[in-house]
Design a protein around this ligand. Structure first.
Ligand code: PMP
Ligand code: GLU
Length: 397
């Protein structure tokens, strides 16, 4: 009988993409759905980046690129790491991939053996545990609570490490919680990490520029940590380029070489035109990045204020990214007479069906008591969505 591989049967589909697809299907049927499920800037890619892509087409950047990406793009990334992060990398320590998603997956595949443990603080981005499982590794979760701003402590990390631990995946600013680790907090964690020779950190910094508390801190900046850190970053969020599919890792050369080998068999180098666009994103004007960051900050303030006004939701203040991750478990067990809310998936489906607002239940993020709302949408949509959510939640008794 036709049968998918065990590997695929073990893999859960992406809940963020699934919810977004569902909301798009409802929209196609003429329903006025506000899609706050998928995390992607509502802005268009800045004009100068689009011009660079058009020029790349005219200049015949139409051949296979080198597997790790064009040298000019990797040089631009090296300069970005130096100028923005004070980090010294060479181009042989940078590998460009099809979005930060492939960068994360390459790294996990390159370093994790079956049986290795990978520590993932929960709430986490939906894809991390699935990628670890794909590699045959075991995700080990550290639970965090809303009253610790969803951040792990050094003691929690120490307690989770076993002789099998190979990697810690940290996302800061964090999807889905918006939490941002300070330099001091990273220092505390790094003291634990340095005690373990075979432990590496995958530092997902894709939301670096969407930060409301100032300077971005990276593990790689801390003494003794650069050789143990794989930075993942890319243009998707900061430059509103989710569809262009360009991400990168900056890491010790042996890890980059490993990922390069994998990528060479799996996808080859990423899209040539997108790479030229990404190069322009890094070397060109940065004014739109700040413009978008400010817009996200204003919307953060707006959505936090509106969410705090909804009885039954518990909200913390996200310091980065563009997600709100409220606790909604006070509604579990309640009903409007037709729908019974037993968990966060029911909760998100209730909001979709009754309020026509697409969000994502917290289960897929390892936080079944919460749900995620992406506020990368207009002020008008945020106000409309939160009013609709409030109205339908008032019906639950
Ligand atoms: N890491 C996190 C935390 C993300 O939210 C995303 C968004 N999809 C990615 C990685 C992947 O980004 P990209 O779109 O560049 O693949
Ligand atoms: N990172 C985004 C999100 O969390 C995009 C969707 C995805 O790649 O999972 O919604």
């Amino acid at each position: 009988m036709a049968q998918l591989s065990d590997r695929l049967n073990r893999l859960a589909p992406s809940a963020t993409l699934a919810m977004s697809q569902k909301s798009n299907e409802m929209k196609a049927q003429g329903i006025d759905v506000i899609n706050m499920s998928v995390g992607e800037p509502d802005f268009f890619t800045p004009d100068h980046i689009k011009q660079a892509a058009k020029k790349a087409i005219d200049d015949n950047f139409s051949k296979y690129s080198p597997v790790p990406g064009y040298a000019d793009l990797r040089k631009a990334i090296v300069a970005k790491l130096k100028n923005e992060n004070g980090l010294d990398y060479s181009i042989s320590e940078v590998l460009v991939s099809n979005g930060a998603k492939q960068s994360v997956c390459n790294t996990v595949m390159a370093l994790i053996n079956p049986g290795d443990e990978v520590i993932i603080p929960a709430p986490y981005w939906v894809s991390y545990p699935q990628m670890v499982k794909l590699a045959g590794g075991t995700p080990v979760f550290i639970e965090t609570k809303i009253d610790q701003n969803f951040k792990i402590t050094a003691d929690q990390l120490e307690a989770a490490i076993t002789p099998k631990t190979k990697m810690l995946i940290i996302c800061s600013p964090c999807n889905p919680t918006g939490s941002v680790y300070t330099k001091k907090e990273l220092e505390g964690l790094s003291e634990v990490i340095k005690k373990h020779n075979d432990l590496y950190v995958l530092a997902d910094e894709i939301y670096e520029h969407i930060n409301y508390i100032g300077e971005h801190s990276s593990f790689a900046q801390l003494p003794g940590m650069k050789d143990k850190t794989i930075i993942v970053n890319g243009v998707s969020k900061a430059y509103a380029m989710t569809g262009w599919r360009i991400g990168f890792i900056a890491a010790p050369e042996w890890i980059v070489k490993g990922c390069n080998k994998l990528q060479g068999q799996y996808t080859s180098g990423p899209c040539s035109v997108s790479q030229k666009a990404a190069e322009d994103a890094y070397v060109g004007s940065q004014s739109e990045v700040e413009y978008m960051r400010k817009a996200f900050e204003r919307r953060r303030d707006l959505i936090v204020k509106l969410a705090k006004d909804i009885p039954g939701l518990e909200v913390n203040i996200p310091n980065g990214a563009f997600y709100l991750f409220p606790k909604c478990n006070s509604f579990f067990g309640k009903s409007d007479g037709t729908h019974i809310i037993n968990n966060s998936t029911d909760f998100a489906l209730y909001l979709l069906e009754m309020a026509h607002v697409a969000t994502v239940g917290g289960d897929a993020f390892g936080a079944p008591e919460c749900f995620r709302i992406s506020y990368a949408t207009s002020d008008e949509n945020i106000i409309k969505a939160m009013n609709r959510i409030k109205e339908v939640l008032m019906k639950l008794k």
